[in-house]
Design a protein around this ligand. Sequence first.
Ligand code: FAD
Ligand code: NAI
Length: 475
Amino acid sequence: MTKVFDVVVIGAGPAGYVAAIRAAQLGKTVACIDDWKNHDGSLSYGGTCLNAGCIPSKALLESSELVHRAKHEFAAHGIGTGSITVDLAKMQERKAAIVEQLTGGIASLLKANKITALQGRGRLLKDRKVEFTPHDGKAQMLSGKDVILASGSTPMELKQAPFDGKNTVDSWGALEFDAVPKRLGVIGGGVIGLELGSVWQRLGAEVVVLEAMDDFLFMIDRQIAKDTQRQFKRQGLDIRLGAKVSGAKTGKSGIKLQYADSKGEQEVEVDKVVVCVGRQPNSADLFDEACGVKTDARGFVEVDNECRTGVANVWAIGDLVRGPMLAHKGSEEGVMVADLIAGEFSEVNYNTIPSVIYTAPEIAWVGKTEEEVKKSGRAYKVGTFSFAANGRAKAMEMATGLVKIIAAKNDDEILGVHIAGPLAGELVAEAVLAMEFSASAEDLQRTIHGHPTLSEALHEAALAVDNRAIHAINK
Ligand code: FAD
Ligand code: NAI
């Protein structure tokens, strides 16, 4: 017998579970199917974000940053700590407890919203029928007046260094090491490479990052990239750019990573390898061809700005579709789609999605980089302010990095805000709000900021756009 719902969601990551909850709030009957299985065989909701991504990585980043601060910054405060010890098992237990609380919270939210939560695999068939196969049970048939595909993404594998689940691992494996590797090789110097490289470097590993591109963090503003690259180097992260990995050979003394760079063939020996060269959408076997959903050459489900797949009442959101692979981007798409299904107005402003890299310094940005603005041909002005002149950052012993604001010359509209420094991910929220309201640099200039706060750096950068910063020499 086919069970009929208003909405069937496939995937309970931050895209899918948010869509399910919003649809239930709007009075829809909802089923949400999710097949996540942890390494120990347990099942949980929340997808990559809660189980193997955002949350566990931030827990370890926080712990390892405290280790770093205790070792390198406490003395400046006049605090003597003796020798710092790390109990990795306890650190991992804390991480696991946070994950368990939050994933349990999602299960409770699904229940409280009267969503039929189903653990197993979902597959879309013709006419919005969905085949649900529990982890160890017989397939059942559901049907949705609307179906939302939210199956997320998985790490890409490198054929030159295939995963073995033990010594060459993906990001999930690298979040679960039970000992600090002596030498860690990171293939891919992107967001995951820098975050996880930082975690293990702070805990004592010698970390070498092999990045294929010649430019460090090629997607961010060049001025911020230059500033942060210098700081990572000072911390001891060995980042090798233009490094194209050709092979990995396991021997008695470790894994030899072979790569070519501008100087020729190179080799580096490590004990563990994390491969983080991007993620791919989970679209394989997600739907029957006959249902008409289309994917592009890289496997992303094709959608329009409103996440419509082109097949009536079938939607796709999150990492499964174009755009940045970020939890909050998927969640916003989930809300939008649920609203649209219920006949309400909704949209996602793709120009104001913030990005944050949770390293130290933290890197955060929204809008266009200076290079992108220059390329667009629009005349612009730039204001920067260094945290070295910010009282709160000084008091925190974290006075490195800068805020950079790019505004249009003609109407002063803020086009991009780029931050490297303490709590950049929190500070960028003000810039996102400003841009959401199409604010000008002058609007930020006239906004009163508390003193002493880190946000004063944003205020001063806005003032600097018009050469009227108070706590810096205007050029
Ligand atoms: P997922 O979270 O991948 O969820 C999809 C769910 O669908 C999974 O549970 C999966 O098992 C299930 N599924 C797949 N196929 C089926 C099927 N056929 N039937 C049933 N269920 C299915 N983003 C941020 O914004 N901030 C961060 O700090 C951040 N840190 C990250 C750190 C790491 C190490 C990683 C790997 C990622 C990080 N991300 C971060 C990215 C973020 O995790 C993803 O963008 C986000 O989880 C995508 O959400 P989603 O719901 O689209 O997919
Ligand atoms: P990424 O796209 O950020 O970085 C991958 C890097 O690997 C790139 O710099 C690329 O040039 C490099 N690369 C590709 N092939 C290579 C090769 N053969 N050899 C060496 N380098 C190679 O992807 P990553 O780090 O895997 O993360 C995936 C996604 O997860 C991110 O794009 C991001 O959207 C999301 N994420 C977000 C986080 C956050 O918001 N703080 C944290 C972690 C992940």
